[in-house]
Design a protein around this ligand. Structure first.
Ligand SMILES: C[C@H]1O[C@H](O[C@H]2[C@H](O)[C@@H](O)[C@@H](O[C@H]3[C@H](O)[C@@H](O)[C@@H](O[C@H]4[C@H](O)[C@@H](O)[C@@H](O)O[C@@H]4CO)O[C@@H]3CO)O[C@@H]2CO)[C@H](O)[C@H](O)[C@@H]1N[C@H]1C[C@@H](CO)[C@H](O)[C@@H](O)[C@@H]1O
Length: 411
């Protein structure tokens, strides 16, 4: 047909508004956000969508993050009871796209005002040159600390290095008998800032080589083990999230490494942080090889087999809009993925946003490849074995490297 043919009835051009009365259907959304701390806010936002698009019915389903990836892959592989839209963790998108489970969104209203998104979250939505997700939130990790415990122990500023962290922990223990750091021991994500701090990485995706068991990797394992053995940190290899949050919120420990998704819980109060001003946030401590924190986050993705693609794309446009992102940030403390939202005065004035915006711009980029998410399961197995004293740091690093070489077929 002739170019510029305006009579075709394909989806309206990206960014176009849609006649609310014309869109109908149901959209089932599997949300992995924290059921207690975050989900109520997402459900409230959905009420706004329903009011605007009365003919679209949204079915909200909260799926715990730990179970979600397998549940999504099972549902998409059979098509039975599959959701129309998912909350895709940044590492899931390339893998699900490689399995042809996701609808490409380029040119659709789901990707409304695409150039307003930050480049790092966008990088995690691409696969073989196409866009398979729309960024929702982005995050990295930081050192959360208890200002009063630091002041009582005579510590003027947060530790900038692992050595300073150990010294601060010793001062806190001497003063209050409390342990300095809570180091989460059941989630491999908590190893990355120590790995990057030694100038190491899990793999080199360009060279297709495994790095986790090189000298920097071994040093990172040793550093984490030493933090626990020296008494500077406490950990547990089960119920890590609950133990970390209750320990930090109760003032049982003075520091934790965590991300902005923890703010919804910390800000709800809880002994030590009834006064929110008592929470300090600083960059994760540097190791002997530098300072770095990982990039995480979540995006909206549409099931390729959805029977409600137009309604799903409209839902994603609304959920990823600047207005919705501003609401989520103000209510939950999570970070926007749209540049324009950081420019809004009532967002820019939020202390944690000011800190994390700078931190996410410097976050260590991960390889956004289908195999990216598979690196954590072997790593957590060896990390917990080391923390439990079943393996030396050297063995843990080597076993992880061998598992990668076996799973990836890389050197
Ligand atoms: C093992 C997993 O490894 C990787 O996951 C990495 C992930 O890639 C990293 O980015 C990082 O994620 C950050 C995240 O970025 C950060 O935002 C936050 O998320 C918050 C939300 O913010 C908060 O709203 C709420 O939702 O709660 C969320 C969670 O708190 O914290 C996350 C870290 O917790 O770390 C993950 C590793 O944990 C794989 O991708 C798989 O997930 C894999 N799991 C499967 C593996 C299958 C085979 O064994 C097993 O059979 C299956 O059953 C398991 O499902």
């Amino acid at each position: 047909g002739s170019s510029g043919d305006s009579s075709n009835n394909s989806a309206p051009a990206a960014g176009a508004s849609v006649d609310p009365a014309k869109v109908s259907g149901t959209v089932t959304w599997w949300d992995t956000s924290d059921a207690k701390a975050e989900a109520p806010t997402y459900q409230k936002v959905i009420e706004g969508f329903q009011a605007k698009y009365p003919n679209v019915k949204v079915k909200y389903v909260n799926v715990p993050f730990a179970d979600a990836q397998n549940k999504i892959k099972n549902a998409f592989s059979t098509g039975t009871d599959a959701p129309d839209v998912i909350r895709s963790e940044v590492a899931w998108t390339p893998e699900l796209a490689s399995l042809h489970y996701l609808a490409p969104l380029d040119g659709t209203i789901a990707l409304d005002k695409a150039d307003d998104f930050l480049p790092n979250p966008v990088a995690a939505t691409k696969y073989e040159g196409k866009t398979y997700a729309v960024p929702q939130v982005t995050d990295t990790m930081a050192l959360f600390y208890n200002k009063k415990m630091f002041a009582d122990a005579g510590i003027a500023k947060p530790p900038a290095t692992v050595e300073e962290l150990k010294a601060a922990a010793a001062q806190i223990k001497a003063k209050s008998g409390k342990t300095g750091l809570y180091l989460r021991g059941d989630d491999a994500y908590w190893t990355l800032s120590f790995l990057y701090g030694e100038g190491g990485d899990l793999v080199d995706a360009n060279a297709k080589t495994v790095s986790i068991d090189n000298a920097a990797g071994v040093k990172a394992f040793k550093t984490m083990k030493d933090l626990v053995d020296s008494g500077a940190a406490k950990t547990s290899v089960t119920d890590g999230w609950a133990n970390m949050m209750s320990s930090f919120q109760s003032g049982d420990t003075a520091m934790m490494i965590n991300g902005p998704w923890a703010l919804a819980t910390v800000n709800k109060g809880g002994e030590a942080f009834a006064d929110k001003a008592n929470l300090g946030i600083a960059v994760v401590p540097a190791g002997s090889g530098g300072q770095g924190a990982p990039q995480g986050g979540h995006s909206y993705a549409v099931y390729a087999g959805s029977k409600n693609v137009s309604a799903s794309e409209l839902f994603v446009q609304y959920m990823a809009s600047a207005e919705t992102q501003a609401t989520l940030t103000k209510e939950l403390g999570v970070l926007p993925t749209r540049k324009s939202v950081y420019a809004q005065p009532d967002v820019a004035s939020i202390e944690s946003v000011k800190f994390f915006k700078d931190a996410i711009d410097k976050a260590h980029q991960r390889p956004w490849i289908p195999e990216g998410g598979t690196l954590f399961a072997p790593l957590v197995t060896e990390y917990t074995a080391m923390l439990s004293g079943k393996e030396t740091p050297e063995q843990a690093a080597k076993n992880t490297g061998d598992a990668y070489r076996k799973n990836l077929g890389w050197k």
